[in-house]
Design a protein around this ligand. Structure first.
Ligand SMILES: Cc1ncc(COP(=O)(O)O)c(C=O)c1O
Length: 424
């Protein structure tokens, strides 16, 4: 039974958050909380994490001003925080390295993860390989198809990838499956949750591992421009890259925090992942009380976005709090708008962004036009677009008919849907 545990006010952001889990997981969450609280004040743990950031991930990630792209943003200056340059290609590695170090600290030998765009799965498979942990990654069948390259990457890294065939066969269903595995194997296994949602302590812990993005970016912008940005834009799936870059700016009231959601085919089309447009209502999903796309009976409504990483019907509870308290703004970006921003950054600056990050770029184009030439906009470039080349090439019709047939044939010969059965 899913019910709120006795620790009723634990991990709340206003009314949001909490811990709604089956009894079997309460002890594991308490163990995790105890370990991570101690770890976060242990110089040895923090030193080991900092060393991995430096020598493995490549932190600090740089900032890059993009003047040719900014010509399409009302003349405002636009600066990218380059999480795309991290090892494995996205911000996801920041959280994973923290959690795999914690897994070792807890004496566990196996990690599991859910993944949508595949970047969190790739990061987890990487961290598991680095520390010698067994790794299983759950991924919706639809996502295994649109992110086939990342499925291959995870398998090469030694992870077992399990395609999920329930529901919409996307991220929500992968999370359900990962929770099921965790309940069964909780003694040996840590669940490396990939975003700022789930039961306490995940939203807080994942945010704290990503906070480094905003800590670095704030200082880098101050050093380069002598002032803070007027706005910080980030895409919001579960919300981890956004919380990571927002958090250090929360106490800077003049800095607008803008989260961009997957607007899909438009919020009126019913095919979108925009939770903050009045269509989502507070409810419980995946262990947290937050905004959920749901029908009148409380059944989760399926979401849609061109971007696998934003295709999620719920959102991290701290975002729900930031939104209701008015500290952060959220807006939908349609698939078309995101793909336009994707192409624009590629052609004006030579940078292929992840399609998720392209939503943040589309947001920057809008806010830049509001701010005008005096404006300074910081954008979280949460990941690189290598994984999305196939999707983008099809979107823009860049492959000839012949090439498409060839690619389809290749896909049919090498089904990505089957587990590699690597056992590791
Ligand atoms: C590059 C990239 N950006 C953003 C996201 C969305 O996740 P979050 O909202 O937790 O940052 C993903 C998810 O897979 C991703 O791969």
């Amino acid at each position: 039974m899913i019910s709120e545990t006795t620790t009723e006010r634990l991990g709340r952001f206003g009314d949001f958050g909490g811990r709604y889990v089956p009894e079997a997981l309460v002890a594991a969450l308490e163990e995790l909380d105890e370990h991570r609280q101690k770890a976060m004040s242990d110089p040895e743990f923090l030193g080991a994490l900092a060393e991995l950031h430096r020598s493995y991930t490549g932190r600090p990630s740089i900032i890059t001003e993009v003047p040719r792209f900014a010509e399409h943003c009302g003349g405002a200056r636009v600066v990218l925080k380059r999480e795309d340059l991290n090892h494995t290609g996205s911000h996801k590695i920041n959280n994973v390295l923290g959690q795999v170090l914690l897994t070792k600290r807890m004496g566990k030998s196996r990690v599991i993860a859910e993944t949508g765009a595949g970047q969190h799965g790739v990061a987890t498979a990487t961290g598991a390989a680095l520390l010698g942990l067994e790794c299983t990654v759950y991924m919706g069948r639809v996502d295994t198809e649109r992110q086939a390259l990342n499925v291959a990457r995870m398998r090469l890294l030694g992870a077992e990838v399990v395609p999920v065939d329930h529901g919409s066969r996307t991220l929500k269903d992968a999370v359900n499956e990962a929770f099921r595995d965790w309940v069964t194997n909780v003694d040996s296994t840590h669940y490396v949750l990939g975003t700022v949602t789930g039961p306490y302590p995940f939203p807080e812990m994942v945010r704290d591992f990503h906070r480094i993005i905003g800590v670095e970016a704030r200082q880098q912008v101050l050093d380069a421009y002598g002032r803070l940005p007027d706005a910080v834009c980030a895409c919001v799936g579960g919300g981890s890259n956004a919380m990571g870059i927002f958090h250090r700016f929360v106490d800077d009231p003049d800095v607008r925090l803008i989260g961009l959601e997957g607007g899909g085919e438009g919020v009126d089309s019913g095919r979108h992942a925009a939770r903050f447009t009045g269509q989502a209502t507070p409810g419980v999903l995946h262990g947290a009380y937050t905004y959920v796309l749901q029908d009148d009976d409380g059944q989760t409504v399926e979401s849609h976005s061109v971007s696998a990483g934003l295709d999620y019907p719920s959102v991290g509870p701290e975002h729900a709090f930031l939104r209701d308290s008015g500290r952060a703004e959220y807006a939908p970006v349609t698939d078309d708008e995101a793909m336009e921003a994707f192409a624009l950054l590629a052609r004006t600056e030579g940078i292929l962004p992840a399609i998720e990050s392209a939503h943040a770029l589309a947001g920057a184009m809008k806010v830049g036009r509001e701010l005008g030439p005096e404006g300074l906009v910081l954008v979280s470039l949460s990941g690189r677009g290598d994984k999305d080349v196939d999707t983008a090439a099809r979107w823009f019709g860049l492959l000839s008919g012949e090439e498409i047939v060839e690619a389809e044939q290749k896909k049919a010969e090498e089904p990505v849907g089957e587990s590699a059965g690597s056992g590791g």
